[in-house]
Design a protein around this ligand. Sequence first.
Ligand SMILES: N[C@@H](CCC(=O)N[C@@H](CS)C(=O)NCC(=O)O)C(=O)O
Length: 215
Amino acid sequence: MYKLHCFSQSGNSYKVALMLQALGQPWEAVFVDYMGASQTRQAGWREEVNAMGETPVLETADGKRLAQSGAIMHWLAERHGMFGGRDADARYEVLRWLLFDNHKFTSYFATYRFSKAFIAAEPDPGVMAFLRNRIDSTFGVVDRHLADRAWVVGDGPTIADFSMAGYMFYPVEESGMDIAALFPNIGAWMQRLRGLQGFREPYALMPGERVMPLR
Ligand SMILES: N[C@@H](CCC(=O)N[C@@H](CS)C(=O)NCC(=O)O)C(=O)O
């Protein structure tokens, strides 16, 4: 049985949760109180769970603690022989999109949403405008990529899809961006993700009270 250290606002954790669901693997959540107690920043948590101070962390049955969603999903894909890409070319493509996702597709949007919805101090409008510009450009790249294909790589879901799905299913009011309406090919891809085995939205899949957006 896998244990996933996570909290409901964490889209990076959601990537792994979604994959475990699609694999049909039993897992249990270990709640990390980030929103209330900033648990990932506590020295004890870092010593015991993840020195990088981040969720997700996946605990395996033999006690390994794995961190970084992309590395965790790569490990799961190898372990279960699914979603890693069917040949060397596909695996290269999966890696290319995972890196693009970690650098741009997830990170700008996650930072924008978190700053808008959950940080008490009013975000700097210049920073928000910068992030929004980067999001529009990056989401445009992905929308064009998905114009004539159902999945990010090949003809079925891979860990590239799970990675890029991390922040797609949070309520529109958190980011103020209706992604499916703004980027229709991403919207159609989201519908396909909804059809995968075990799909549930982040607040239904991971522990932690929903917090209403501050603005
Ligand atoms: N690249 C990392 C990003 C992980 C990450 O940013 N996790 C956030 C939650 S979504 C976190 O734990 N942040 C804690 C902090 O920054 O103090 C991954 O994909 O796992």
